[in-house]
Design a protein around this ligand. Structure first.
Ligand code: UD1
Ligand code: CA
Length: 455
């Protein structure tokens, strides 16, 4: 059975009040459309058609890297039936067509599989759900157990409005039949639109069996129309992810205060305190602990590392047993070897820090190579930028940099060298020696503090 998915994504999303098309709004760090593509369309279909209209160019551009998507333009949004009609000519008559919505991101793939299997048997299969508040949605009309039609809210009678089983809009059907029904759709209804849902009545009239697959929960089939709904689905996605991670053995001190906007892998006995935000690809080894209020983006953290509260780690790689924070910032290109320590108010960028080296307080280290067992005192700054170019600072094994040192790059500090506190180092500091650039302290014996003049 070949399945071709059609993702309807031409709607404007006026209520988002955004310059971006609705399907590009972000949920868990990915666009709504990316969720539909990766979790719904790709697992079941051989071919994917995306119907775009409002902001179509932006949507296409956002997915320019994705292979094998068939883009279909719907210049005017004349209804869901009209939208599907734009895609149907390119679809094989023998295929099963699965209709998905670009703004319904959390559908259970098993339900889509069930829809497709019904359609492969020649049936029309619609995805429904029981709604606590069905207002605004199409209602499922049944005669005994059989589904006989769907009536839109605006076209429904008082008795029909009382029905709480609603149409999610997602459906599957054999392509040839669907083409036949869609060709017959009219727009003689309260909204003057071509309703895809009218296919249900056409199928019933033709004696084609109609199956309703019922989703387990409203959230799974919820669409996004405004920012509140987007936030509600974000929470739902996050708690779903958190539950999965805890099931796999991750300790989250509060799953309601944890946000993963990417992918996380972890070893045994990792613990994440409250309000962590994880973005991109995050890899944790065994026994890693992440303190409260940390942001981790594209990082690899090896066994036994401790990241203390309020630290921001972006594009960094940490060897085993490192200690970072509180209030540390590791920027892209930071590589800490095992047992390194980065303390509070330290910023590191594009720098390798050797085994066991320590930068414990209040420093900026950028574009540097630091050997093993180096100690960098509080307030040390690598002056890596001359206003035009960036330059390298090299600090060899066992060096000791006194507090409040400015290392004016390009510059090197030899192995086991010591730099006196408060120095401005512009020339190579030889290995094993003390280098310092400090005015000698003097004392003025005869000096007296000024006193108030008599008036
Ligand atoms: C539709 C269903 C309704 C169902 C509801 C669930 C119809 C007639 N009604 O209603 O039974 O309860 O979804 O949310 O199908 N779209 C296009 N082109 C168009 C119109 C819509 O691409 O011309 C896309 C939208 O971007 C959206 C989806 O189709 O992703 C649904 O459109 P929407 O206007 O939200 O449908 P409703 O009228 O709410
Ligand atoms: Ca809608």
């Amino acid at each position: 059975m070949a399945v071709e998915s059609v993702i309807l994504a031409a709607g404007q999303g006026t209520r988002m009040k955004s310059a971006r098309p609705k399907v590009l709004q972000s949920l868990g760090g990915r666009s709504l459309l990316a969720h539909v593509l990766d979790n719904q369309a790709r697992p079941v279909s051989q071919q994917i058609h995306v119907v775009v209209g409002h902001g179509g160019d932006q949507v296409r551009a956002a997915f320019a890297q994705e292979p094998a998507l068939h883009w279909v333009d719907q210049a005017e949004q004349l209804g869901t039936g009209h939208a599907l009609a734009q895609a149907l000519p390119a679809i094989d008559d023998e295929a099963v067509v699965l209709v998905l919505y670009g703004d319904v991101p959390l559908v259970n793939p098993a339900d889509l599989q069930a829809l497709c299997e019904c359609a492969a048997d020649g049936q029309l299969a619609v995805l429904t759900v029981l709604a606590a508040d069905p207002s605004g949605y199409g209602r499922i009309l049944r005669r005994d157990e059989a589904v006989v039609g769907i009536v839109e809210h605006k076209d429904a009678s008082a008795a029909q409005l009382a029905i709480d089983e609603i149409n999610t809009g997602l459906l599957a059907a054999p392509a040839a039949r669907l083409k036949h029904w869609v060709a017959q759709l009219g727009n003689d209804n309260s909204q003057g639109e071509y309703y895809l849902t009218d296919c249900v009545a056409l199928a019933a009239a033709q004696g084609v069996p109609i199956r309703a697959i019922r989703a387990a929960a409203e959230l799974e089939v919820a669409g996004v129309n405004d920012r509140r709904q987007l936030a509600a689905l974000e929470r739902a996605l996050q708690s779903r992810q958190a539950a999965g991670l805890m099931r796999d053995g991750l300790q989250l001190l509060d799953p309601a205060r944890f946000d993963l906007r990417g992918e996380l892998t972890f070893g045994r006995d990792c613990c994440i305190d409250v309000n962590a935000v994880l973005e991109g690809r995050v890899e944790l080894g065994d026994e890693v602990s992440i303190g409260a209020h940390c942001l981790l983006r594209n990082v690899r953290i090896a066994n036994g590392c401790r990241i203390e509260a309020h630290s921001v780690l972006d594009g960094a790689e940490l060897g085993p047993g490192c200690q970072v924070g509180p209030f540390a910032r590791l920027r892209p290109g930071t590589r800490l070897a095992g047992g390194a320590k980065v303390g509070n108010f330290v910023e590191i960028k594009n720098t390798q820090v050797g085994q066991g080296s320590k930068i414990s307080h209040l420093s900026y280290v950028g574009d540097a190579q630091i050997g093993v067992d180096v100690n960098i005192g509080a307030g040390t700054i690598t002056c890596n930028y001359d206003g035009v170019n960036k330059h390298l600072t090299r600090i060899d094994d066992g060096a000791f940099i006194g507090s409040n040192t400015a290392l004016v790059a390009p510059v090197t500090v030899g192995a086991n060298a010591t730099i006196g506190a408060g120095s401005v180092i512009t020339k190579p500091a030889p290995p094993g020696k003390l280098s310092l650039t400090r005015a000698r302290q003097s004392c003025v014996d005869a000096w007296r503090r000024p006193s108030k003049k008599e008036s």
